[in-house]
Design a protein around this ligand. Structure first.
Ligand code: HEM
Ligand SMILES: *[C@@H]1O[C@H](CO)[C@@H](O)[C@H](O)[C@H]1NC(C)=O
Length: 441
């Protein structure tokens, strides 16, 4: 090291004293050591990446655009992207590997048996990953959707009773009222004739209204079994999360159901007859909790619509352990997995003619040989949707009352093009012709 130190001192134009020579030598040695460690770490990273690549080689992937881009730009968030995804599904029925750029692999699961180990895993083995959910955090705080570990399990335990049937029953009032408000507006806009309206716009306002009324009537008295209360910040995060998770998802689901019923008048008429039957002889046009079970066909139509157009198209998880798939292949630890709800709902080995809207797939009198995970609009397992019964109740009330009061048909002048963002929306809304029906005799 000493000759190198001499050289450096000369370069810097400094006098060569013994102390300086040794100090500079020591510094150079340290630098060399650091560089070596860095190199070692880099080598280890490369080796690990190489090993992961080798372990991932067993999973099929669609053709890449280039080594640099990988599959970036192939899953566009528009109609084209969804159609491309469907094409891939027609060839790859279980797992698909996609590369976001040169170094970020994602394992996409598109089959009930394959999503099972992932959604069934405990929240610790497969937590939400930061890449996909991180950007929601400043907005939603550490609410149920994003929190993990003990905090999540404590809050989940605390909030679950808030979605018990007994608690939901009084919300029926709110669902009915909010639908009344929307329908009164539609009647005004239609002026006794037909009017074309964007369902997404109107239904969003309605679900926002009802959720706000429900959330803020309940969040004021949250207390868990150890008497530990939620802090103000916790309550704010949970309320924000419910508003976010509950309103956009439900309005997307509802808009798509109304679209499908407008598209298939025979199903619409069958639902309407079902509701008229329930309402027969009643003065008040108000659905009660017990009425919901009297709407089997309407429920089938809602489920088939959630299958065809799931409001949440995918959820993502990071594997903190190796996860074994039913065919013996293993998803290596550390990989981000996407549970594709859309993919599972359109998998041709599970759902024949998946593009066709056919409510009879959900006929309870003709049960199909299907995995319970073939239909997962609300996800499944320990981190499934806490608001599922709430959402189903609200959608049934809104569909039933809408059909009781209006006839719907598709506005052919405006094309519907899907747009999968966080939630499955459309480019320009869903415009339907709304025709008020004469009041019931
Ligand atoms: C049609 C309507 C709805 C759909 C399709 C839906 C779908 C989902 C899905 C797929 C998840 C899992 C997300 C993930 O794993 O990353 C989820 C979680 C969640 N949903 Fe919903 N949801 C709906 C309505 C609601 C409503 C009405 C509420 C509340 C009032 C709600 C509150 C939540 C919460 C808090 C979570 C996080 C649960 C946890 O991680 O423990 N959702 N939802
Ligand atoms: C989807 O986006 C891509 C790129 O932005 C565009 O080329 C394609 O035409 C779009 N598809 C539709 C149906 O708008």
């Amino acid at each position: 090291m000493l000759p190198a130190a001499d050289h450096l001192l000369r370069l810097l134009g400094l006098e060569r004293t013994a102390f300086r020579r040794h100090a500079v030598s020591a510094l150079l040695l340290l630098l060399l050591f650091l560089a070596f460690r860095l190199l070692l770490r880099l080598a280890r990273l490369c080796w690990r990446f190489h090993a992961t690549c080798r372990r991932l080689r067993c999973f099929p992937e669609p053709p890449r655009r280039s080594w640099l881009l990988g599959h970036l730009g192939m899953y566009l968030p528009n109609e084209t992207g969804l159609q491309d995804e469907k094409k891939v599904l027609d060839n790859m029925h279980h797992v698909v590997l996609v590369w976001m750029g040169p170094v970020l692999p994602l394992v996409v699961l598109v089959h009930p048996d394959y999503i099972k180990p992932l959604v069934g895993a405990s929240a610790a083995v497969a937590p939400k990953d930061e890449l996909f959910y991180g950007f929601l955090k400043p907005w939603l705080g550490d609410g149920l959707l994003l929190s993990k570990g003990d905090k999540w399990s404590r809050h989940r335990r605390m909030l679950t009773p808030a979605f018990h049937f007994d608690i939901l029953k009084p919300y029926m009032r709110i669902f009915n009222q909010c639908a009344h408000v929307m329908h009164a507006k539609w009647r005004r806009l239609a002026e006794g004739s037909v009017v074309s309206l964007d369902m997404f716009e109107h239904v969003s306002l309605m679900t926002l209204d009802s959720l706000q009324k429900c959330v803020f009537s309940c969040s004021s008295n949250c207390q868990d079994e150890d008497g530990k209360e939620l802090s103000d910040e916790d309550i704010r995060a949970e309320a924000d999360t419910f508003m976010f998770e509950g309103h956009d998802t439900t309005s997307s689901g509802l808009s798509w159901v109304l679209f499908n019923l407008a598209k298939y008048p025979e199903y619409q008429e069958k639902c309407r007859e079902e509701v008229q039957e329930v309402m027969r002889g009643r003065e008040l046009e108000e659905l009660e909790w017990d009425d919901l079970t009297q709407l089997p066909f309407t429920t089938m139509c809602i489920k088939e619509s959630l299958r065809q157009f799931p409001p949440v198209t995918l959820v993502s998880r990071r594997c903190t352990e190796d996860i074994k798939l039913p065919d013996g292949r293993v998803i290596p630890k550390g990989i981000i997995c996407l549970v594709s709800i859309y993919g599972t709902h359109h998998n041709p080995t599970v759902w024949p003619d998946s593009k066709v809207y056919n409510p009879y797939r959900f006929d309870p009198d003709n049960p199909q040989q299907r995995s319970p995970l073939a239909f997962v609009p609300f996800s499944a397992g320990p981190r499934n949707c806490i608001g599922q019964s709430f959402a189903m109740a609200e959608m049934r009330v809104a569909v039933a009352l809408t059909l009781l009061r209006f006839r719907l048909s598709v506005d052919r002048t405006r094309k519907v093009r899907r747009k999968p963002e966080l939630i499955l929306r459309t480019e320009n809304g869903i415009w339907l012709n709304v025709e008020p029906l004469p009041p019931r005799a």
